[in-house]
Write a new protein. Sequence first.
Length: 317
Amino acid sequence: MIKEKIQEGIFMPLIFDRMFKVVFNLNNKVLIKMLNDIMGLDINEESKVIVSNSLIPYEESGRFFEQDLVIELDSESFICIEMNKDKNSYSFNRNFMYGMMYIRQKIDKNTSKKSIDDYNLKLLNLNMFPNECNELVEEAAFFYIKSGRIATKIFKIYDFNIDNNEEILYNGDEKKNRLIRWSKILRATSYEDLIYWIGDDLLTMEEKEEFLRCIKMANRNGDLYREWISKLNGEMKYEMTLENVKKEALLIGEKQGIEEGEEKGFKKGVKKGKLEGAEEKALEVITSLLKQKIDYNVIANATGKTIEEIKKIESNI
């Protein structure tokens, strides 16, 4: 199966976190070039990049925080990379808490105030959904509200919208073109697409050949491929469950609404009946899904109820 996929030229995308770690851990210069383009940095391509093997988890009050990848540029400069499939997985507060805790682990009691000011952590979110401003990259930092002056340079977030299938290349806007091309490279699932979007200017010929060689090598790893397939199946199951729940809730609500509408008059009854009927049957649907241990987020998305409302219903079961 795996050999057949390789022969067909189909690759696991780099946005798959394990694939990302394997490939870029072996291609530090390519990683640096990508970070420089996306984040507007000027990291020396000869810099020694340490890609953390452990995710350095942080647990507090039963909550578990971790990043997909941590890069240590030096003893004071760090870049965390996180891959978010949807908005439900993204949290500025969680990112901020993790970032501050990560920096705190690097500082001891003998660190001077001046040295503390030299520490900095940048978080790159590779998001599979548009930013609120619909820009390719949106940055978040701490500013004083009235003066607009930067309050601290220790922590900064970059949200990179890699879900840009409809984006086209712009003549004369080289910076934006490079961002779009990196988003295409991260999403590419074929050898031909990778070669096309890398082109002849993003990487040197030597870097390009080594980069593609590592991607091919990673795709021949059976364990990695099976994990990717398992993750895809999990996402498909989530989407199918969500879609089925939506359909069931809609059908039940419409049926109940029509029944009540027949009693009170077609026009008035259907409108009122759909609302009241949907509410009553939504309770039945939510109760049923809770008993099946369906995730709160799935139920909320399908029924329009908040997680707090769902938990309240659960407490009465």
